[in-house]
Design a protein around this ligand. Structure first.
Ligand code: 5GP
Length: 131
């Protein structure tokens, strides 16, 4: 079981932003910006492009709904989307609120936010998502 599967199953705690039968969204523990969220399929697949075409489509629709919720909560120009997957072998989409192009540089220093702030950001996103 990957660490992200354990997170989606609730075996490892996370700041949940949105959830469905098929997908799960939670705050990145080392955010590049406030509201940096990861979207994963519950099905364990390492490389995102090994998902079926239908799964990729549904995952992006789910991610779009999460991104709209993030945009309502975190003041930003746009929510950027990125896929790397070099660290955790479980497919995931990064959703990152952007003020400028620089906010998408993964070499940037990461933020360390207090647990209460992470919780309140996740709660607000979940509320906007409609859970
Ligand atoms: P990637 O695999 O796309 O290169 O990066 C994995 C991302 O997952 C990183 O941004 C990292 O901060 C995040 N991450 C790794 N382990 C955990 C974890 O246990 N919990 C959470 N919330 N995020 C994690």
């Amino acid at each position: 079981m990957t660490i992200f599967s354990k997170i989606a199953a609730g075996e490892i705690p996370s700041y949940c932003c949105a959830s469905s039968e098929e997908f799960y969204a939670f705050l990145d523990i080392n955010p590049m910006a406030k509201g940096h969220t990861l979207v994963i399929p519950r099905r364990e697949v390492d490389y995102i492009f090994d998902l079926t075409d239908e799964e990729i489509a549904r995952m992006h629709v789910f991610a779009a709904h999460v991104a709209r919720a993030i945009k309502k909560v975190i003041p930003c120009v746009k929510v950027g989307e990125a896929v790397l997957g070099l660290e955790v072998p479980h497919a995931h989409i990064h959703l990152i609120p952007m003020q400028s192009e620089r906010d998408m540089l993964f070499s940037n220093p990461k933020l360390s936010l207090p647990a209460e702030e992470m919780q309140s950001i996740a709660d607000a996103i979940r509320k906007e998502f409609g859970e």
